[in-house]
Design a protein around this ligand. Structure first.
Ligand SMILES: [Zn+2]
Length: 413
């Protein structure tokens, strides 16, 4: 692993830790933006109106943005606001904008700026006119992860021959693109390209976009997506969600990442089992996404999606693969805090709700047997369970008091 890779890895783990920290006194509700991506000038011009749920009482507001960002104006209620630019960094190539909360009216803040795409230093996301990818790693929009997750709505102007893919609902009316994300998220990923090849799979609910996959890899991804979707559809019943956007590249990046209903997947020379497991987890979220992500109850999303990915791989590759995945899970949960009522501030929150949640389901399956477990999973999905207390009640009703007691105990470990 070279130095750059190492730096990237450290940055990514810092981000996943920060993702778990939410300061409740200070949170952002929504971003409403208009952006213009000028490929010839390699520039983004953007205006974001940020709506807060609550403003800090005595602290300052701090937003991080790319160091090349040229702030045109910051305002609230049409009044220009004074701000400070600080050299403080959240990542390696951004800066902080500091604003006094006293200047903010109606909890709304508007920031207009431009940002040079040539100045992106992150090797994974440098300017590429055939596949330009924006996300929090490029610091392209003003963000402070401590302010929590937010909804967003963005209108985007891009060159006429380009297409745009993103998380959420994307529509296009004569070159005018609109992105709406109603599930609270902590990132705004956008990819634009003049060369997207797009295929629709899994009864139109999953779209795969790429520019340069060889036909063998494209087929492997298409088959895996279809077969995993079908398996869960058969096991759990109809999915409650809408859609998944899968953007696949072969840039030899050291990373893939997933956001709500969106995966940016890097495959190496071929589509590996590791790539497949990331994909399977995200497909799992088409069923397991009903629960609030703002607290520990999120284990009902993450733990279930993770265990679903393990079941998907067991269905495809058999018990040997399953045993290996369970051993990995056992290794991962060592030293993790109990997920029960785990505070968002705990830095191991995301790992605990994902892996301890999945392990809890493994313990349940082992206790009641595969067939009963499969039926029970289907009931959990169909009853639209959104709280652990309702989940435990369902366990009691369907599987008996002993099983409920067992799970309750395990959950506190
Ligand atoms: Zn997940």
């Amino acid at each position: 692993m070279n130095y750059k890779d190492q730096k990237t890895k450290i940055l990514l783990s810092a981000i996943s830790l920060l993702n778990c920290i939410i300061v409740f006194s200070q949170s952002i509700k929504a971003y409403d933006g208009h952006i213009n991506v000028d490929i010839n000038q390699r520039k983004i011009r953007a205006t974001f109106e940020i709506t807060f749920n609550t403003l800090p009482q005595d602290d300052t507001i701090k937003l991080f943005i790319h160091q090349s960002a040229n702030i045109a104006r910051i305002s609230s209620n049409s009044n220009t606001i004074e701000y400070k630019e600080l050299s403080e960094q959240f990542q390696e190539e951004d800066k902080a904008i500091e604003i006094s909360p006293e200047d903010i009216r109606n909890k709304k803040l508007t920031i207009a700026y431009s940002h040079s795409l040539d100045r992106i230093e992150n090797e994974n996301f440098q300017f590429n006119e055939n596949w330009h990818e924006l996300n929090l790693y490029t610091a392209w929009f003003p963000l402070n992860m401590e302010y929590g997750r937010f909804e967003y709505s963005i209108s985007a102007q891009i060159p006429e021959n380009y297409k745009l893919v993103s998380s959420g609902t994307v529509s296009n009316n004569r070159g005018f693109w609109q992105i709406n994300q109603k599930s609270p998220s902590f990132d705004i990923p956008i990819i634009i390209s003049p060369q997207f090849k797009s295929i629709s799979v899994a009864q139109e609910s999953i779209k795969i976009h790429h520019i340069d996959l060889n036909s063998e890899t494209e087929k492997a991804i298409e088959n895996a997506t279809n077969s995993h979707y079908d398996f869960l559809n058969k096991t759990l019943g109809k999915s409650s969600t809408t859609n998944l956007t899968l953007a696949v590249n072969q840039f030899n990046r050291p990373m893939s990442y997933a956001r709500k209903g969106f995966i940016s997947l890097t495959v190496r020379n071929s589509f590996s089992i590791k790539d497949e497991q990331i994909l399977a987890h995200e497909i799992g979220h088409l069923w397991w996404n009903k629960v609030s992500v703002s607290n520990w109850e999120d284990w009902l999303n993450e733990g279930f999606a993770e265990y679903s990915s393990i079941l998907i791989l067991r269905n495809t590759y058999g018990d040997e693969n399953f045993d290996k995945n369970i051993r990995t899970l056992e290794h991962r949960i060592k030293d993790l805090p109990s997920l029960y009522k785990l505070k968002k501030e705990n830095t191991k929150n995301q790992s605990s709700i994902t892996y301890k949640g999945a392990y809890l389901l493994y313990l349940l399956e082992t206790k009641i047997g595969r067939e009963k477990f499969s039926t029970f999973l289907r009931i959990v999905h169909q009853k639209n369970i959104k709280k652990t207390s309702d989940f435990l009640m369902l366990v009691k009703d369907e599987l008996g008091e002993d099983v409920e007691k067992f799970l309750n105990e395990q959950m506190n470990k």
